[in-house]
Design a protein around this ligand. Structure first.
Ligand SMILES: *Cc1c(COP(=O)(O)O)cnc(C)c1O
Length: 407
């Protein structure tokens, strides 16, 4: 197999099957991923790690095929394959490959597509795990990384080194300040593979492949799984690109478990109602916090004050469940807020039914210097909130009590 060409077509997606009604993505969420289910409507867990072969020839074919689902489960598994097909359908992609976590998918994209001497352009606003992979693993492998401001649409093309840049790695909306990347502009950059971490948006809010990007990645652990009970990742794109990643993935071993895949397929069924509710509640909370004198500033793509609000309206069908805000009073006010809330729980992760709050400056990013925090977009009083499925009025009352008396 040749390495996927630099002009691999992305974004055409699959034509609807014959006889299948063209349906909205919210209907698709209910019907996708049932190939290996028989008459069962709920996902069926096929836990087998290996499968009996009818002949040597059958085994030979399966060992060489990215689409074999009854050979050995590191290569493919029926339950995992149903989840992969579900995500491919939702992203309007030809194919998808699931991984043991979101980082498994990101590591496969980076290390599976790039070799010694290659170059990556990535935005500086990134999930911390991705950042560490690019900063610590890539240099050891001889892969050079240039970081750009992802919100500047021209910066991506400018940083491309013709013949050497294999991957443009974007994340939108991005951790932690919900900065956006213009996916249409990114999709128009010629040459490298355009890889998009779309975890914060889900295919319900945006579909990067339809805008010319080549590979879309999700930490399924977050909104797609949706219940804080799954650790899983997925990458979707054109068939030849996924086949190439599969060749790396079977050796990387960041394999998705069928139990996780079944739970994630079940999670997809309710993504529509969950993300709608979370987006509505997040908008309500963001608007209220913006009026609150105890809050310095609020970031939410749906707020007109977001510096890329126009792009958000153009690019995202739903504004999502994450709100990032800065409390007046810095480090002390931020850390006491996340300890004082009663409904909002202090926990990392996002996209589940429970509202979670994090205060990066005192927890996940405590070892960074003030200038490093600032470069990461994290202030002393920055709070990241993943709005869950509770009554938003209760969440507001919880925040109101935890914020305490105005300074
Ligand atoms: C959580 C997350 C990841 C990593 O996913 P895991 O499932 O934890 O490995 C990658 N990107 C984003 C945007 C995330 O939120």
């Amino acid at each position: 197999m040749t390495r996927p060409g630099q002009d691999t077509p992305g974004g055409e997606g699959t034509a609807p099957e014959q006889g299948r009604l063209p349906t909205s993505i919210e209907t698709d969420l209910i019907t996708v991923g049932r190939r290996h289910n028989g008459a069962s409507l709920a996902p069926v867990v096929n836990a087998s790690s290996t499968f009996a072969l009818s002949s040597v020839e059958e085994g030979r074919r399966m060992a060489l095929s990215s689409q074999a689902t009854a050979f050995y489960s590191r290569y493919g598994n029926p339950t995992v394959n149903d989840f992969e097909e579900a995500v491919a359908d939702l992203e309007r992609a030809e194919a998808a490959r699931a991984f043991g976590s979101g980082m498994g998918a990101i590591a496969a994209a980076v290390l599976g597509l790039c070799s010694n001497g290659d170059h990556i352009v990535a935005q500086k606003q990134l999930y911390a795990g991705t950042q560490m992979l690019l900063n610590s693993v890539c240099p050891r492998m001889g892969i050079e990384v240039t970081f750009v401001d992802g919100t500047d649409p021209g910066a991506w093309a400018e940083a491309v080194i013709p013949g050497r840049t294999m991957v443009l790695l974007a994340e939108t909306p991005a951790n932690p300040r919900l900065d956006l990347v213009d996916l249409r502009a990114l999709g128009e950059v010629k040459g490298p593979m355009k890889v998009v971490d779309s975890t914060f948006a889900t295919p319900l809010a945006q579909r990067p492949l339809e805008l010319g990007c080549d590979l879309v990645i999700h930490s399924v652990t977050k909104f797609l799984g949706g219940h804080n009970d799954v650790t899983l990742g997925v990458a979707a794109g054109a068939r030849d690109l996924i086949d190439w990643l599969w060749g790396f993935a079977v050796l990387q071993g960041a394999v998705a478990s069928p139990h996780e895949a079944a739970a994630a397929t079940r999670g997809l069924r309710t993504l529509g109602v969950r993300l709608r509710r979370q987006s509505e509640s997040a908008a309500r909370i963001a608007a209220a916090l913006e009026e609150d004198p105890r809050v310095e500033s609020v970031r939410y793509p749906g707020l007109p004050s977001h510096p890329q609000h126009d792009l958000a309206v153009r690019q995202m069908a739903l504004m999502g469940g994450l709100v990032t805000f800065d409390v007046v009073g810095g480090l002390e006010a931020g850390s006491s807020l996340v300890e004082a809330t009663r409904i909002c729980r202090l926990a990392t992760s996002l996209g589940g039914p429970e509202t979670l709050v994090t205060h990066p400056a005192s927890t996940t990013h405590v070892s960074l210097l003030p200038e490093e925090l600032a470069a990461a977009g994290i202030g002393a009083g920055t709070i990241r909130m993943s709005v869950g499925l509770e009554d938003p009025e209760d969440l507001l009352a919880d925040l109101d009590a935890a914020l305490g008396t105005p300074p």
